[in-house]
Design a protein around this ligand. Sequence first.
Ligand code: ADP
Length: 462
Amino acid sequence: MDIVHLTPEFAPLAKVGGLADVVYGLARALVKKGHTVHVLLPKYDLIDDSQIEELRMHSSFSIEESGQSISNTLYTGKFQGVSLLLIEAHHPHSYFKRGKIYGERDDNDRFLYFCKAAAHVIKGGTFAIDALHLHDWPTAGTLLFLKDQEHPRTVFTIHNIQHQGRCSPFNLERLDAPFSYKELADPLYVNTLNLLKGAILYADAITTVSPTYKEEIQTAEYGLGLEKELIEQKKKLYGILNGIDTDYWNPATDPALFARYSVDNPLLGKQKNKREIQKQLHLTDGEKPLVVAITRLVAQKGPELIEYGIGKTLELGGQFILLGGAPDIKAHAHFSQLYPKNPDVAIFLEQNETLAHQLYAASDLFLMPSHFEPCGLSQMISLRYGSIPLVRSTGGLKDTVIDNVNGFTFDAIAKRGVDSVLTRAFTLYKQEPKRWHDIMIRGMKADYSWDRSADKYLEIYL
Ligand code: ADP
């Protein structure tokens, strides 16, 4: 098949978070299965052209915005077998030359412009397309520009329903987008349109990133206003678990580790990683269970429960290392003053890829008490690295971590949940090493590669 992915992110060229990894992983899995895959995204200034093979200009076209004609260049290139289609907008407001992907005041205008330009490329007919796969609200507007015309089958994936692309009618009018006020009206805010709602109505199929999240977003608690539309469209709604890149996340070959190990004999290698990290971070060494959290310190990830988990771990006689990106200054200030000089706690408030790899390998337990979690990749990585996950049973966490089988789970968003998983895990660690080992090995053996999920997408593309 010829498949086009429309996305604001693609790893590692233009990455903010998990979405970039997902599009990269899925695109590569589809290529391995023999399909032709194009990834269409803006040619941001932050993309390093030198990483792209065969980068060349393909064509030029113009897009009307507020009565002005703006010129664009379409580039083609290749990245690890995936074909890239990059739209460079020669826009007076330098829409995609801001040194970042999101977080600009005019994000609605920037991405709606991209949607109009992408629709132009798709309608142009230069590229054969059997299925058009769109990712998250920044691509949703494309469906408005395509809906009244013949177009390939469209599949829209909701990676996180928290981001809905709320905008004003003016954002659409300035691009002459055909739209219906009634159909796009935001369910919660007056005089506001909702691009994700439009995508739910107009896409031929909607997917989200785990079977449990698919059910959850049809409830008021998780649907954040769009539950009614999702229930109405449930016949075309699917939940497909994301995969992880099992070449990149492989403890047997991972160059970031102090010692490599595999599922056949993980104990010695894991212990070497633990000792080395304890030494480097000046933590006490010894047989204490090491708990880690590797996360973004935002409300979704349950920072208050992570903080509670640090205290509880110390009380139970363990060690805790937190690696938390803290985009919010308040969260940064709060976490940076916790447990100064405690020889059993280390806190790093940053994004640190190498340290993340080392902590997955060194740790015994991985705490992930998310309030909600569409899929979650971290728990799948921790399973693969033999760090037993302790998770709140929600979304993709519920689909991947099973209590007492490959991890420990709790239900309520409450300290008592963290209390229960830590206490149970510590008891097992101290009293039943054989069962501990079985739980760890079961997690390491599970298959979370993209292979299976890619087949499920292919069924939906047809
Ligand atoms: P989300 O995409 O919501 O942040 P996921 O669990 O789906 O959560 O993916 C998180 C990815 O980002 C994982 O690969 C994880 O290792 C990585 N990550 C999260 N926080 C950090 C951090 N502070 N430093 C390095 N990597 C991180």
